[in-house]
Design a protein around this ligand. Structure first.
Ligand code: MRU
Length: 336
């Protein structure tokens, strides 16, 4: 039985260290906000909803360890909020818990638990809504579903976003196969999504990223399912680098491209995708992997961790509460 992605245990936060997967399953025990910032920055915990929960627990750790009336508390909140810029969940959940400062550490912790529970419930709802939509769009037949990055329990709390839909299709006996992309440079697809698909006993075959558009063009894919790090008010969507290329390939092939994300990832304060800050993780992840250089020493590189898919390439957004059919001109995407 795999440990939960993230949970509060007796005054500390236990995380599965995702940098060690798939071969080593180790729990990190986080006891301070600084350790939480470090875990988020180095992707020991990652995925938009999961880092939202981590940020909330980080604020609870700060409240307990440095007290709520200190400048250290404010500094801790600030560094948690800014540990990664693209996924709106992190800043949103840090702000939500820090806003309860006047009510004391217990109340902050209670809110962090509530956020974790909300994300868990959201994953179940997205799985059902997404599977219904796909069977409606594609027809009630075995589905070949392409996906990118990792959007499973590891990226949320349980089940996930896009991978929750794939799991639900599998549970309904409607999944022919999942087609996860490797997801260079950190290989969340090959390290994490395959690990989760194996655990759910789902059929799948792994692809190199560059094979995605070709398989779409060849007619080997029925639907593309992706998560999101931030959905702008107009529907433009930031997600793992490579998502935009797959959206272009899907549009070319006439294959539905579905974004699956909880309401906590939908950002009314960001008007369009051009306003989303894209994290740049520096050259080292591009020129090497696991401590081995894969390019000549000193090679310069560009490493945007995310890209933005414009709404006109997206068929629909599935959240935990609604399905928005962009292909039918539905909107607005964010409630007034
Ligand atoms: O850099 P990562 O691994 O945190 O990127 C994660 C993604 O891009 C996911 O697709 C996104 O957070 C949605 S996951 C529920």
């Amino acid at each position: 039985m795999t440990a939960p992605t993230i949970q509060w245990v007796d005054g500390s936060v236990h995380l599965i260290d995702q940098t060690l997967l798939p071969h080593t399953e180790e729990i990190l025990e986080i006891t301070s906000p600084a350790e939480m910032v470090n875990a988020i920055e180095r992707l020991a915990i990652r995925g938009a909803p999961a880092i939202g929960v981590a940020g909330a627990y980080g604020v609870a750790l700060a409240a307990v360890s440095v007290g709520i009336d200190t400048t250290e508390f404010e500094e801790a909140v600030d560094s948690l909020r800014n540990a990664r810029p693209t996924a709106v969940n992190l800043a949103r959940m840090v702000d939500r818990t820090a806003a309860l400062r006047a009510n004391g550490p217990e109340r902050i912790l209670e809110e962090a638990h509530a956020i974790r529970e909300e994300e868990l419930q959201a994953s179940v709802a997205m799985g059902d809504l997404g599977a219904d939509l796909i069977l409606d769009l594609v027809g009630d037949r075995p589905i070949r579903a392409m996906t990118i990055c990792n959007t499973g329990a590891l990226a949320t709390v349980e089940r996930g976003t896009a991978l929750s839909v794939i799991q639900t299709l599998h549970e309904r006996d409607r999944l022919q196969e999942a087609l996860p992309l490797e997801t260079r440079p950190l290989l969340q697809g090959s390290r994490l999504t395959t690990w989760e698909l194996q655990k759910m006993d789902a059929p799948f075959r792994l692809l190199v990223d560059s094979a995605g558009p070709f398989l779409l063009a060849r007619g080997d894919v029925d639907v593309v399912l992706t998560g999101a790090d931030r959905v702008a008010a107009n529907g433009d969507t930031a997600n793992k680098i490579g998502t935009f290329s797959i959206a272009l390939g899907a549009a070319h092939a006439g294959v539905p491209f579905i974004v699956v994300a909880p309401e906590s990832t939908v950002d009314a304060n960001t008007a369009t995708g051009s306003e989303i800050e894209i994290e740049d993780r520096g050259p080292s992840e591009v020129v090497g992997f696991g401590g081995t250089l894969t390019a000549p020493s000193g090679t310069p590189a560009i490493n945007p961790a995310f890209d933005v898919t414009p709404v006109d390439l997206i068929t629909a957004l599935v959240t935990d509460g609604r399905v928005i059919r962009y292909d039918r001109g539905e909107g607005p995407q964010v409630p007034a």
